[in-house]
Design a binder for this molecule. Structure first.
Ligand code: CA2
Length: 148
């Protein structure tokens, strides 16, 4: 069975492609799911995309990854800037963790300039639109020693 990469998404990202396209673009989360699956397949990996608007549910999802997943790609959305609980959960996960932000958080309000998750993430991609998810998946392929 091929290794699973979990792509976790935080609050409001279910609205991707439906609001604020000037910041987040036109692609939906379903488009991202399909794009991630395609790149994962190139590396002989599988991917699943999950989204929740609730901090505790995201913590539960991360804990489950300890048993199911070889790597985590995470866009924690607003919880990026607030959640010690998500950071603590990620610290219990042994595999690679890659952080992605669609927008360039450093060009935005000061409260978006800090990331708790970056304390744990092995790398981060910021401000490359949804392409950032696919770049993270390529990086997962490399980190997990899979050839494209
Ligand atoms: O740029 C990113 O990916 C963010 O993680 C997105 C979060 C924001 O709180 C972070 O500071 C940066 C917000 C996600 C909201 O997603 C929406 C998508 C479409 C329409 C409305 C919200």
């Amino acid at each position: 069975m091929s290794k699973l990469i979990t792509v976790l998404n935080g609050p409001n990202l279910n609205l991707l492609g439906q609001r604020q396209p000037e910041i987040y673009g036109h692609d939906t989360l379903s488009d991202v799911e399909a794009g991630c699956a395609k790149v994962a397949q190139e590396y002989g990996l599988r991917s699943e995309l999950l989204q929740s608007n609730h901090e505790g549910v995201l913590v539960d999802m991360i804990q489950k990854c300890r048993e199911t997943s070889a790597g985590i790609i995470i866009n924690p959305a607003a919880y990026t800037h607030t959640s010690v609980a998500i950071l603590d959960a990620l610290n219990t996960f042994d595999g690679p963790v890659l952080e992605i932000h669609i927008s360039n958080i450093h060009h935005r309000e000061a409260f978006r300039h800090t990331s708790f998750v970056s304390k744990r993430a092995d790398s981060a991609i910021i401000g490359m639109g949804v392409q950032g998810y696919y770049l993270c998946m390529h990086r997962m392929g490399t980190l997990l020693g899979q050839s494209a």
